[in-house]
Ligand binder design. Structure first.
Ligand code: B12
Ligand code: SF4
Length: 440
C-alpha cells in the first residue's frame, strides 16, 4: 500500500496552520510507524510544520498522530483525505484519550502504543477488513524495537545546534512514569510503571542513525540511578551531545551529574513547575522541594550542564507577582532556558476531571477550537478572578526571563557548552518582541 504518515502542526493566531522553514526536531511517532510497517509498503513521512501536504498524491492509507493542541488540525486533514477516498487512521496521545471523537474523523483509531496493533491494522487494511479500533496489547518488554526511519526525513528542514553536523533526532529509551502529577497524561497513556530499553539497543540505534545530537524523549532519563549510570557510561564512546529530561532530585546524586556531562548532556529539562509548595502539593508534585532548586541549578551549572527550567503558571494563587518572582529566581540562579507553561487541563487527567466537576472551564472541549490561543483561553478562562489570565502570566515571566539584561547576566561565561544556548535565547527574545509569545 501507499502509506502517508503525518504529524500535524497547530493553527496560529491568524487561524492558518503554523509553518516554518526549519523545525526543531522531526517527529518520533511517524518515524516509528514507518519502521514498524512491513517492507513492501511504500511510505512517506510528512511533517506539517515544514512540508506542504499533497492531498492529490495517490495514497491508500493515511496515518496521523495527534496531541490535544494538534487534534483540530489532524481532524481537518483527515476529513480532506477521506473525501478523496483514502482510509485514515488516527493514533497518539489525543486519539487515545478521546477515541470516540477521533472516530468521527477516521476509519480506524489506534489506542495506546502501536508496536503490535499497527502491523495488525496494516494486514487488515490490505485484506479490506480494517476494524474501527485497535487497542495496545500492553507489552511488557521494550526489547527489539526497530530503528525509527529518520532516513525518510529531509535533514535540511531541521535545526542544527552550533558546531554540530547532524539534525537533532529524538530517541526514546524508556516509557512510562510511576509518578502521578495531576496535570499529566503520561500515566493514563503509558501506565504508572516505567519500562526500559536495553542500553546496548539504544546505543546501536544512535550509532546507526549517525546523528551527533540527540533529544532523549524519555520523561525522566535518570529515573532509576543504576540504569541511568549504565546507559550514560554506554553513551560516552558515541561522543554525542544530547538534551534530556530529569527531575528535581538529581542534585542528590553528584556522581551521576558528572557522568551526565561526560556522556554529552548539554541541556537538562527539569519540571520544577512552581516555587510554591502549596501549588506543588495540589499538582501531586510534593516530591519537588523549591528550597532545593538553588542547589540543583548550581550543581548542574558547575558541571557545565544547561538547565532548561520548566514552570507551570495558572495554579490557584498565582499572580503577576508570582510570574515576576519565578523569572527573577531563574535569572539569579542562571537557568539557561525556561518555559512557563499554562496550567492546561488535558483530557483524561485528574486536573481535567477536577476542573470539569467545578465548572471552571468555559469549554470542556477546548481542543476543538481552531487556534491554540483560543483553546487555552477557553480551557482556562474561569481559573481565577481579578488576576491576569495564565497566558498573560506566561508572557510576563517569559519577557522578563528573555530580556537583554537577563541574557547578559546568565551568559557571562566562557564555557562553550553553556554558550550553545545563547543563540536560542536571542531567538526567543526576538520572537517575544515581535509576537509577544514564543510558542504559538
Ligand atoms: C519528546 C516530547 C516532545 C518533543 C517532541 C519530540 C518529537 N518531535 O518527536 C518536544 C520537546 C519538541 C515536545 C514539544 C511539545 N510537547 Co511534548 N512530549 C514529548 C514526550 C516526553 C515524549 C513523546 C515521544 O516521543 N514519545 C515516544 C513516541 C514513540 O510515542 P508516541 O508519540 O506516543 O507514539 C506512540 C503511540 O502513541 C502510537 N502513535 C502515535 N501516533 C500515532 C499515529 C497513528 C496513526 C498510529 C497508528 C499510532 C500512533 O505509536 C507510537 C509507538 O507506540 C511526551 C510525553 C510522553 N511520555 O509521551 C510529551 C507530550 C506528548 N508533549 C506534550 C506537549 C503539551 C508538548 C507541547 C505542546 C509543549 C508546549 N507547550 O510547547 C509541544 C508541542 C510541539 C509540537 N508542535 O509538536 C504533552 C501532550 C499532551 C496532550 N494530551 O496532548 C505530552 C504528553 C507531555 C505531558 N506530560 O503532558 N514534546
Ligand atoms: S509530570 Fe513528569 S513526573 Fe509527573 S507524572 Fe508526568 S512524567 Fe511523571
Amino acid at each position: 500500500m501507499k502509506i502517508t504518515l503525518i504529524s500535524p502542526t497547530m493553527y496560529g493566531r491568524d487561524e492558518r496552520p503554523i509553518k516554518t522553514k526549519r523545525a526543531f526536531i522531526p517527529n518520533l511517532a511517524t518515524a516509528y510507524l514507518a519502521a514498524l510497517a512491513p517492507k513492501h509498503h511504500e511510505i512517506r513521512i510528512v511533517d506539517d510544520t515544514v512540508d506542504e501536504i499533497d492531498y492529490k498524491a495517490p495514497v491508500d492509507l493515511v496515518g496521523i498522530t495527534t496531541m490535544a493542541i494538534t487534534a483540530e488540525r489532524a481532524y481537518r486533514i483527515a476529513d480532506i483525505f477521506r473525501t478523496r477516498g483514502a482510509k485514515v487512521v488516527l493514533g497518539g496521545m489525543h486519539a487515545t484519550a478521546e477515541p470516540e471523537e477521533a472516530l468521527e474523523h477516521a476509519d480506524a483509531v489506534v489506542i495506546g502504543e502501536a508496536e503490535d496493533s499497527w502491523p495488525e491494522l496494516l494486514r487488515d487494511a490490505e485484506n479490506g477488513r480494517m476494524k474501527r479500533t485497535y487497542q495496545a496489547t500492553g507489552r511488557e518488554s521494550l526489547e527489539g524495537l526497530p530503528h525509527p526511519r529518520f532516513d525518510l526525513v529531509d535533514p535540511r528542514k531541521y535545526v542544527r545546534m552550533p558546531f554540530r553536523k547532524s539534525m537533532i533526532i529524538p530517541v526514546s529509551t524508556s516509557r512510562g512514569c510511576p509518578r502521578q502529577c495531576n496535570f499529566c497524561c503520561v500515566g493514563q497513556f503509558w501506565g504508572n510503571t516505567i519500562r526500559f530499553r536495553p542500553a546496548e539497543e539504544v546505543v546501536e540505534e544512535i550509532r546507526a542513525s549517525r546523528a551527533d545530537t540527540v533529544l532523549f524523549a524519555d520523561d525522566n532519563l535518570l529515573f532509576d540511578e543504576e540504569r541511568a549510570e549504565e546507559l550514560l557510561r554506554a553513551l560516552i564512546p558515541l561522543k554525542i551531545k544530547f538534551f534530556c529530561q530529569a527531575d528535581t532530585r538529581i542534585h542528590r546524586y553528584p556522581d551521576l551529574i558528572k557522568l551526565l556531562r561526560e556522556a554529552g548532556c548539554f541541556v537538562t529539562f527539569i519540571g520544577m513547575e512552581s516555587l510554591n509548595t502549596e501549588a506543588l502539593k495540589s499538582m501531586h508534585k510534593g516530591f519537588n522541594q523549591p528550597e532545593e532548586y538553588r542547589n540543583l541549578l548550581k550543581m548542574l551549572n558547575d558541571n557545565g550542564i544547561n538547565v532548561y527550567a520548566s514552570f507551570v503558571l495558572g495554579s490557584d494563587g498565582d499572580t503577576a507577582q508570582t510570574a515576576r518572582d519565578t523569572a527573577q529566581f531563574l535569572i539569579d540562579n542562571k537557568a539557561s532556558l525556561a518555559s512557563f507553561f499554562v496550567l492546561t487541563p488535558f483530557p483524561k487527567t485528574e486536573l481535567y476531571d477536577t476542573m470539569k466537576a467545578a465548572d471552571r472551564m468555559v469549554d470542556p472541549k477546548w481542543w476543538q477550537r481552531l487556534t491554540a490561543f483560543q483553546a487555552l483561553d477557553l480551557g482556562m478562562a474561569k481559573l481565577r478572578d481579578g488576576e491576569p489570565n495564565p497566558r498573560e502570566l506566561r508572557a510576563i515571566a517569559t519577557r522578563q526571563f528573555y530580556s537583554w539584561g537577563s541574557i547578559a547576566k546568565r551568559f557571562a561565561t566562557l564555557d562553550p557548552n553553556k554558550l550553545m544556548c545563547l543563540p536560542l535565547n536571542i531567538a526567543t527574545k526576538r520572537k517575544m518582541d515581535k509576537h509577544n509569545t514564543f510558542l504559538f
